[in-house]
Ligand binder design. Structure first.
Ligand code: ADP
Length: 529
């Protein structure tokens, strides 16, 4: 917080105060003996609100100093002291309302709530200052009207000038002038100056024409530059009528009208600026969330991939181990059957090769969602899958029938992935049939053409899916098996969706589960169709 010792800041604030005080001389309300364009009290208010009660001395000393310089103090010392007291009281009320604990600056104009609090404090401070100032003999009248007018002058000055002091921060010192010379800022400044001239300069004391046009550049500036833009534009637009008053002299009625409109403009712009700042904050927060989410998703994909690999590799690795042990047993006999052992070993190699394919395929799919698409015969993929589960099916006594597959046209598919989907479906069916001890356990793999897709069904003669599982079947980690991971169906579904196909399930009316999926026909076949 800047202290008394900080002479540069004190000097800058005093210079600002004196300038405002001098500019106020542009106009004197004859029957009120008051200056309508006096922004000096607004500066004291803003300084106190910005830096806290320790700076209230400024609100008292500055007007006395100004009085000493312009000779007002010597001419009417009592009035000068009353003025200093009135300004200090207004600033103190601002501090109380916006600085409840006198610690950090509570009022933040970057929030709509902050703007409303600021408006309340500005109204209260202006009311207090103007009531004190309206005390006779200072104004030599005690009618309500002078207090109301003084209230208006103070309020409009606070609304127009104080935001600049409040939004200023040290980073402004490092803004290069060239950086401000963008086409948009030049256009905005030009539009503001032109309309200000139209409103305040051209029709000096006639009606205020085209004031409403000012709302356009203000809306533009506030929505583009937030509260800083709004504060700068408000400060500038307050100076405009002061200058034209100095140059041409406005009449009293005109000034009251101008000030009412300036007040409305200030409230609207501050709210606009706050809304823009809030929107930007929300966008920033959303961006942060998205980055966090992307990070978590990456972690999640890594974890899912690890789980998926564990799930998919379990079966071929167990099969390879069993086959290798079988081969070893064959070789360890007194008269080893080398040929059979070699056969069994080649089946084991087949499974291990499959492990490699699964790792590569899953890694690419999980990492980038990539598939190696090619025209593939559905019957080949079904045969591969059936072959790869045949040992498990034979052990469980399950018959796997395939019907109508060879008649199907080729599909666009990543062979390893679709074989994997079929293996998942077949193994689930085998496990269900085994667990339920269904007599004559049987699985039928069938296919048919459906416009530009083929539809494959894997139906078993088991008990089907329980209803509670049915609703969440394709969600990860849904399983009814003791050692199940509940990932097979969810991975299969993502694989098919990546192929622009679908996977769904139903329970057959005669009992048993039916899983169906679709795959798009290979382009070649589509063109021939
Ligand atoms: P997991 O096989 O590890 O349990 P899945 O995602 O492949 O994971 O299967 C999820 C659940 O769906 C299974 O635990 C089982 O309850 C049910 N399910 C899948 N296929 C069948 C089927 N053919 N018959 C009965 N239930 C099945």
């Amino acid at each position: 917080m800047p202290r008394l010792r900080d002479p540069v800041i004190v000097a800058a604030y005093l210079a600002l105060y004196m300038t405002a005080d001098m500019a106020a001389a542009a106009h004197l309300f004859a029957d009120l003996l008051a200056h309508p364009w006096n922004a000096a009290p607004a500066i004291s208010f803003a300084i106190a609100v910005r830096h806290g009660r320790k700076w209230l001395w400024f609100a008292f000393v500055a007007p006395l100093l100004a009085g000493l310089i312009d000779g007002g103090f010597l001419a009417a010392p009592l009035s000068a002291i009353l003025r200093a007291a009135a300004e200090t009281a207004g600033a103190a009320l601002g501090v109380i309302l916006l600085h409840p604990r006198n610690s950090a600056l509570v009022c933040s104009l970057k929030r709509r709530r902050g703007v409303f609090r600021f408006l309340t404090a500005a109204c209260a401070a202006s009311a207090l200052t103007s009531i004190i100032l309206a005390i006779p003999p200072f104004l030599e009248t005690n009618s309500i009207e002078p207090a109301t007018l003084l209230f208006l002058f103070h309020l409009v000055a606070i609304l127009s000038i104080a935001p600049l002091v409040l939004v200023y921060d040290k980073s402004w010192r490092h803004v290069r002038f060239q950086a401000l010379l963008t086409g948009e800022i030049i256009l905005q400044t030009g539009a503001l100056a032109l309309i200000a001239w139209e409103v305040f300069g051209r029709f000096v004391n006639e009606e205020i024409h085209f004031f409403y046009l000012l709302f356009l550049p203000f809306a533009w500036i506030a929505t583009r530059h937030g509260q800083i833009g709004a504060a700068l534009a408000l400060g500038a637009i307050y100076v405009a009528p002061v200058l034209t008053d100095l140059l041409f002299g406005h009449n009293d009625t005109m000034i009251v009208e101008m000030q009412i409109r300036l007040g409305v403009l200030a409230v609207t712009s501050l709210l606009f600026g706050a809304m823009t700042a809030e929107r930007r904050d929300a966008e920033m927060r959303m961006l942060e969330r998205q980055t966090e989410l992307a990070h978590f998703q990456r972690l999640n994909v890594g974890w899912e991939m690890a789980s998926a690999l564990a799930h998919e590799l379990n079966q071929p690795l167990t099969a390879a181990m069993n086959l290798t042990q079988a081969a070893l047993r064959l070789l360890k006999t007194p008269s080893p059957d080398i040929e059979r052992a070699a056969n069994v070993m080649s089946m084991s190699v087949d499974r291990v090769e499959r492990v490699g394919q699964i790792i590569h395929g899953l890694r690419d799919f999980m990492r980038k969602g990539e598939l190696t698409l090619a025209a593939n015969a559905m019957s080949d993929m079904a045969d591969d899958a059936i072959r790869l589960v045949s040992a498990e099916a034979n052990a469980a006594g399950v018959a796997i029938l395939s019907s109508g597959m060879s008649a199907l046209p080729e599909v666009m598919a990543d062979k390893t992935q679709i074989v994997q989907v079929l293996i998942n479906l077949l193994r689930n069916a085998i496990q269900s049939l085994t667990l339920s001890k269904t007599p004559h356990p049987q699985i039928t793999v069938a296919g048919r053409i459906d416009i530009d897709m083929i539809e494959i069904s894997v139906a078993d003669s088991g008990p089907g899916m329980p209803n509670e599982v049915m609703d969440h079947l394709f969600e990860p980690f849904v399983t009814t098996k003791v050692a199940g991971m509940g990932l097979g169906l969810s991975i299969s579904k993502s694989i098919l969706e990546a192929h622009e196909g679908r996977l769904w399930a139903e329970n057959a009316p005669t009992g048993g589960a039916i899983f169906r999926f679709t795959l798009p026909l290979a382009k070649r076949d589509l063109e021939n169709a």
